[in-house]
Design a protein around this ligand. Structure first.
Ligand code: ADP
Length: 494
């Protein structure tokens, strides 16, 4: 089953080996919903409808729990090595399909093909990482302090997991949850975002073909996810919720999870500060800023949202960033030349316009872009707004687009205070050639992840997650596996 030799296909030379499913995956079959309702999927680069997928409801939600429940005991009892082999097969199968999968992501999400290729590789990596973790779920044994008994600690699969994912990384947000769930021995129900379900449906079919047994992964789409997810979470067989999305929906789901005391892992919004000190390598900081701001056209919860730049280098930083961002090619996701793709929808454009207008009304200067492009699809250009004033909404709210808001600072203490002046605490970026200072600052920033002299934090091998209202729990690394485990303590006398 596991192919150990792997040669990537030349770009574009391999079509999808199957028609992309558009149904609901429940147990061993792709099915339609009872109502036969469908959700249109829009290409954000053109505004055209690509296709439509089945629209599930409460009945399909419970059917998926039935399927996950029927498969649960068998999957939990599958030897870890076999689970690992299946996950590794998923990794190779996904990488073999990298090119058309990337095109599919670009089509339904609008992101540039280079971003989409990177996403497929990152997404597949979760299968490989958790294949390696599946055989290393080790417990502990100790002796009670009183000497009377042994303390045996074992990790067991937590149970059926509901996995809810957003549209910005349709492949990676799915595999970041599915892979650890399966490695731990859990069966799952994936509920992708209604804007970008095709990638998740394709990944699920790749997994089936790679040997994932029926019912271990189920996939549901819904135009009105609330009632369906609520029914699933209120089913006592479901023991885990892992959600990536907005803080607002995260709060609703945490309340739902409370009914049955379901374990919840939450990856919510961010408002990442990007701090550049006067002793930074300016060119390296610009490179990092381009990644932290422009990867995925800014549609990432880790995206740099606020650039605090020390006064001595502020003007040069702005000038260089304007030059680099201004040179980017904006275009349809699938065009080979595109470096900055489309936004997901009109609501996203509206939000960016509102945040930029508010900043400008409060005194900011538009140094680049700052105006929606007049063309088909949903396009906002790379934009730089400098001199952003305190109290501007863009400093409070994720822009989730290609807009860099820049604020000068004089005193490093002010920069740290401003970086922490938010309810969010996901990611932060620090640029300084003085590593001692940078690490001291990294420790003081209230967020789950800090990149020092780097523009990227995401890695399957690292614990991804936020503090404060950015979330609960971690994904990726060994920590991400433990989220799908229950700790069982057995007191033994012998
Ligand atoms: P975004 O703002 O990025 O679109 P959302 O938080 O609205 O993020 O959506 C993230 C995911 O949560 C999507 O899969 C969406 O369908 C799902 N979702 C939205 N509302 C609910 C809800 N009430 N119950 C369950 N899932 C929901």
């Amino acid at each position: 089953m596991t192919s150990l030799s792997y040669t990537p296909p030349a770009a574009g030379d391999r079509p999808a080996p199957f028609a992309i499913p558009t149904g609901l995956l429940i147990g061993d079959a792709w099915v339609d919903s009872a109502t036969a309702a469908r959700i249109d999927i829009i290409n954000p680069s053109t505004g055209e409808t690509l296709t439509a997928v089945a629209d599930g409801g409460v009945a399909e939600g419970i059917a998926a729990v039935d399927a996950a429940s029927a498969a649960a005991a068998g999957w939990a009892a599958t030897p870890p090595r076999k689970r690992a082999d299946i996950l590794l097969a998923c990794f190779y199968a996904m990488m073999a399909e990298q090119e058309w999968l990337a095109q599919l992501i670009s089509l339904e999400n609008g992101k540039a093909l280079t971003d989409a290729r990177g996403e497929v590789a990152y997404a597949a990596e979760f299968f490989r990482w958790y294949a390696e973790e599946a055989v290393r779920i080790n417990g502990e044994m100790g002796i009670a302090p009183g000497g009377a008994n042994r303390i045996l600690v074992q990790y067991q699969p937590i149970g059926i997991a509901l996995l809810i994912t957003p549209w910005n990384f349709p492949a990676a947000m799915a595999t970041r949850k599915i892979a650890p769930a399966l490695a731990a021995g859990c069966t799952c129900i994936l509920k992708p975002a209604e804007e970008t379900p095709l990638t998740a449906l394709a990944v699920a079919e790749i997994m089936r073909r790679a040997g994932v047994p029926a019912g271990v992964i189920n996939v549901l789409n819904a135009s009105d996810p609330g009632p369906m997810c609520s029914a699933i979470l209120n089913d006592p067989r479901v023991r885990k919720l892992s959600f990536t999305g907005s803080t607002e929906v995260g709060r609703i789901l945490l309340r739902e999870a409370a009914n049955t005391v379901v374990s919840a892992s939450m990856e919510l919004g961010g408002n990442a500060p990007f701090l550049v000190f006067d002793d930074a390598d300016l060119d390296a900081a610009i490179e990092g800023a381009m990644v932290a701001k422009m990867r995925n056209a800014g549609e990432a919860c880790t995206a740099a949202n606020r650039f605090y730049v020390q006064r001595e280098i502020h003007d040069r930083f702005v000038e260089k960033l304007v030059a680099r961002m201004g040179a980017m090619t904006v275009g349809a996701g699938c065009d080979a030349a595109t470096q900055c793709g489309a936004m997901i929808n009109q609501a996203s454009i509206d939000k960016i316009e509102r945040l930029v207008a508010d900043a400008v009304a409060k005194g900011a200067d538009v140094r680049l872009g700052g105006k929606t492009l007049e063309r088909e699809g949903f396009f906002y250009p790379p934009s730089v707004i400098a001199n952003v004033q305190p109290g501007s909404d863009i400093l409070e709210d994720e822009v989730f687009g290609p807009v860099a808001a820049i604020i000068p600072f004089d005193d490093p203490e002010d920069a740290i205070r401003l970086a922490n002046a938010t309810e969010y605490g996901l990611a932060a970026y620090v640029y300084s050639e003085d590593l001692k200072k940078a690490l001291q600052i990294a420790e003081r920033i209230e967020c789950g992840m800090v990149a020092v002299n780097r523009g990227l934090v995401s890695d399957a091998a690292a614990p991804f997650g936020g503090m404060k209202q950015s979330g609960l729990g971690r994904e990726g690394s060994h920590h991400g596996l433990i989220e799908y485990c229950e700790i069982k303590y057995i007191a033994v006398s012998w």
